[in-house]
Design a protein around this ligand. Structure first.
Ligand code: DGY
Length: 337
């Protein structure tokens, strides 16, 4: 039997991380474009020390129980709502994620969606391609200005801060935010004002979501919240689809309760090809690409590899979601400092 740790990697990740994983471990890498089925992951990790998972892989109690040797789950994402962290912690399994690496790329994409939705870019491009561009129209494709408007950020963490920086620095936007925790730096740097959610929704011209998906944030945006927003408001979600009641969003977009939306995340992903959401002229939907730049995905791969290799060798993770696992770590008593 090999002395090297065994790991299962549920998708090919950039070589800068994968090559190191393959060099340090007995690694099996799922080669397909689509995720391995849940039952297959269960089988594959039966004798594994480490698992690299993606946000499309459900890592729950039942899965963890199939892997008595597992020491680490290294999630190739900053979000880890796909991993049952308390269940991992209870089993002494370390969980890692990739914070920081994708902050700017995600804020950029949120802003790209914001501009695209506010200025009706996809709708007008589709019309131009379809030969519907007949002349320059004084009343055609009128959208919303950004300059000097109010940007409401729900979740003022790293990505929320990076979006505030763009909006305040580039477009002189006033920044409101809603978060359980005050962000003194955002307040000092951008004059951001912390308000409750209804106030943020009532006052903002643009509402962008950067909250984690938890049991309490699931369905945070529904009919009631959209009704509070301005008719001219643009709603952006680059966080997680289930934060939003999608039926309520579709209704709000169709009825003119809000002006437009830009989404990088949906529920489910992908939406059914026949889903109305994909057909609405005032809704821009991207296929969860916020972190999809070469250098960002490389950065994520490096952190992911660091987390995995640290986890299988009993060292502290570079980005450790459950550091409280500490000394109780599976098969590595006392190795975590
Ligand atoms: C994440 O990392 O959580 C993003 O959703 C994908 O990069």
């Amino acid at each position: 039997m090999s002395a090297r740790p065994s790991v299962f990697v549920t998708r090919r990740i950039p070589a800068v991380g994968l090559d190191r994983i393959v060099a340090a471990c007995e690694a099996e890498v799922w080669p397909e474009q689509l995720p391995p089925p849940y039952e297959l992951i269960r089988k594959k990790i039966a004798n594994c020390d480490g698992l690299v998972s993606l946000l499309t892989d459900r890592v729950d109690e039942n899965l963890l129980d199939a892997a008595p040797r597992l020491k680490v789950v290294s999630n190739f994402a900053v979000g880890f709502n796909n991993v049952d962290v308390p269940a991992a912690t209870a089993r002494g399994i370390a969980v890692g994620n990739t914070p920081g690496a994708l902050t700017d790329a995600t804020a950029d994409l949120a802003f790209a969606l914001l501009l695209a939705a506010a200025r009706r870019v996809p709708e007008s491009v589709i019309d131009a391609r379809a030969g519907k561009w007949k002349t320059w129209e004084p009343l055609g494709y009128l959208g919303q200005d950004l300059h000097g408007k109010t940007l409401g950020i729900v979740g003022m963490g790293r990505i929320g801060y990076a979006l505030a920086k763009r909006g305040h620095g580039g477009w002189d936007m006033n920044v409101l935010y809603h978060d359980e925790i005050a962000n003194a730096k955002a307040e000092a740097d951008f004059g951001a004002r912390r308000v409750d959610l209804p106030e943020l929704l009532r006052e903002s011209d643009f509402v962008s979501v950067h909250a984690s998906l938890t049991d309490s944030s699931r369905g945070l945006f529904g009919a009631k919240q959209f009704a509070l927003m301005k008719k001219t408001a643009v709603f952006i979600n680059t966080a997680r689809g289930p934060l939003v009641d999608q039926k309520a969003l579709v209704a709000a977009l169709k009825s003119g309760t809000i002006f437009a939306a830009g989404l990088d995340v949906t529920e489910p992903e992908p939406p059914d090809a026949a889903d109305e959401l994909l057909r609405l002229p005032n809704c821009v939907v991207a296929p969860h690409i916020a972190s999809a730049t070469f250098s960002t995905r490389n950065g994520m791969a490096e952190i992911c590899a660091d987390n995995l290799i640290a986890g299988v060798t009993g060292k502290p993770l570079r980005a450790w979601v459950n550091p409280e696992v500490g000394y109780q770590r599976r098969n590595n008593p006392g190795t975590s400092k």
